[in-house]
Design a protein around this ligand. Structure first.
Ligand code: DHB
Length: 484
């Protein structure tokens, strides 16, 4: 599980642009160390300044990842505007490149794998400033120590936000309009960043790496398929897929959504079925403890068999998803689990739908008895590569595993912080055939946020697998609306 993700550029000391004789210069200078770049977006040529490979803390642990790249439309240096925005009003789009809880280097705008302009290029063409932070991840090592375990990823993102806040008056764009974006593990840390703004819990870690003294709260969160709330998806997964005994599993090193996936087929062992049954029973207790309410104020609960209004709500998301697809003209006639009447999807056979989607992970999907998951690896520490983070798996550990620090487990879960988060705007997407985590997990986050009075745009797009940034026109339409 070690090594550098193959899709990420390796940054070396000689590439760093803010290194001085006495450390790193954390004062941004808009007139220095940039190159001019151009790109074509929707047939239009855009020109922007690229300030790259800026170390954002005074005492970095790994300069390959603790850097930020900042991109600013060239018009803003000529007193011109782009789209709705000018140098004073431009929001800052803040996309991380984290996947699989692996290290993610600062992103560079370009065309995606589909050959189309990626989110950062589209953001620039819409007049946003783009600031793409790098962050450490679970596989990093230095001098015989692990250097990127939890909570390193969120500490680094916060430090990068502080860099932007601290340097706000030195560059175009509004640091009080930072919109975070990420997919999968990156979606999870995007949500975590929104949940934990200015929280004292992270302060000692920020101090240790020489983060600037500034606010680290952001304005809005965009999260695609967030692999979040890591203590609970084990049970949520079993709740959703308990009846599906076969699986198509991804290799663990292929966790990262950016990387091409290889699947192995198999059938659950008796032991795994037993564990799946155990875990399935634990999920209702968790859901019921949250006292979630639907849009009409009705409690969302589950009985001991896993049935109830919460399950109906999850089913409704899939029905809504199918209806949205139908309205767009998608042919849904092949899906016999749907009941379509008068041009409307009126019902979905839940069990059949789950069987059609299929199981991808084996129990425990996130914390496993043999410490084999990417999440076990994320919760390691400086000297122990993999740890448990749930009581059940600790008790059933087949490898004498130890438990991660309770405080760190808490710090990685946005559910523990959203109650005090000031972030009002959240956009959460989780594809309707995404089985990297149960839809219940992002749904719980979205519903809890709604119950707290936040403005939440949550949906499960039809036939969409584990992926992100697939609806950029809508994403930026949403951002334009919430920053206004
Ligand atoms: C990612 C995918 C997973 O299945 C997971 O458990 C964690 C992270 C990812 O694509 O980032």
């Amino acid at each position: 599980q070690t090594g550098t993700p193959m899709n990420k550029k390796v940054i070396t000391e000689d590439m760093i642009t803010n290194k001085t004789e006495n450390g790193y210069n954390l004062n941004f200078d808009v007139n220095k160390n940039y190159t001019i770049k151009t790109a074509t977006v929707n047939g239009k040529t855009i020109t922007y300044r690229a300030y790259e490979n800026i170390v954002y803390v005074a005492k970095p642990v790994d300069i390959a990842y603790q850097t930020i790249n900042i991109y600013i439309p060239e018009e803003y240096f000529k007193n011109k505007s782009v789209g709705k925005y000018n140098a004073k009003s431009a929001p800052i789009f803040f996309p991380n490149t984290v996947g699989g809880y692996m290290p993610g280097a600062a992103g560079v705008p370009g065309n995606g794998r589909d050959g189309k302009p990626d989110a950062s290029l589209v953001a620039l063409s819409n007049g946003y400033v783009v600031a793409s932070p790098g962050a450490r991840g679970r596989t990093l090592e230095k001098d015989g120590k692990y250097t990127g375990k939890a909570p390193a990823v969120i500490i680094d993102l916060k430090a990068a936000v502080r860099y932007l806040r601290y340097n706000d008056d030195k560059m175009p764009g509004r640091a009080d309009r930072i919109i975070s974006n990420g997919t999968s593990a990156g979606g999870a840390v995007s949500a975590l960043l929104g949940a934990t703004g200015n929280s004292k819990d992270y302060e000692p870690y920020l101090k240790e790496i020489g983060a600037l003294k500034a606010r680290d709260d952001i304005y809005a969160v965009s999260a695609y398929c967030p692999i979040t709330n890591l203590e609970n998806p084990n049970t949520a997964y079993k709740w959703m897929f308990n009846n599906v005994k076969t699986y198509k599993k991804i290799e663990i090193s292929m966790l990262d959504y950016n990387v091409e996936r290889k699947y192995t087929e198999g059938t659950l062992t008796d032991d795994e079925i037993l564990r799946s049954n155990d875990l399935k029973k634990m999920f209702p207790d968790y859901v019921n403890s949250l006292k979630l309410k639907d849009k009409n104020g009705k409690l969302l609960t589950l009985d001991e068999n896993g049935n109830g209004s919460f399950k109906e709500q999850i089913k409704q998301y899939y029905i809504d998803s199918a209806n949205t697809a139908l309205k767009k003209g998608t042919d849904l006639s092949e899906f016999e689990f749907l009941t379509i009447k008068n041009g409307k999807v009126v019902d979905l056979d839940y069990d059949k739908y789950i069987a059609y989607m299929g199981r991808q992970k084996t129990p425990g999907a996130f914390d496993n008895v043999d410490l084999s998951t990417g999440e076990n690896n994320e919760f390691g520490d400086e000297t122990t590569n993999n740890k448990h983070f749930t009581q059940y798996m600790l008790e059933h550990s087949t490898v004498n595993g130890t438990m991660a620090d309770k405080k760190i487990i808490k710090m990685m879960n946005p559910m523990n912080y959203i109650g005090s988060s000031k972030v009002k705007y959240w956009r959460i997407r989780h594809g309707a055939i995404d089985k990297d985590t149960s839809l219940a997990i992002p749904a719980i986050l979205a519903i809890k946020l709604e119950n707290l009075g936040k403005k939440v745009d949550f949906a499960s797009p039809w036939a969409t697998p584990h992926s992100g940034d697939y609806d950029l026109t809508k994403l930026f339409g949403w951002i334009d609306k919430v920053v206004a």
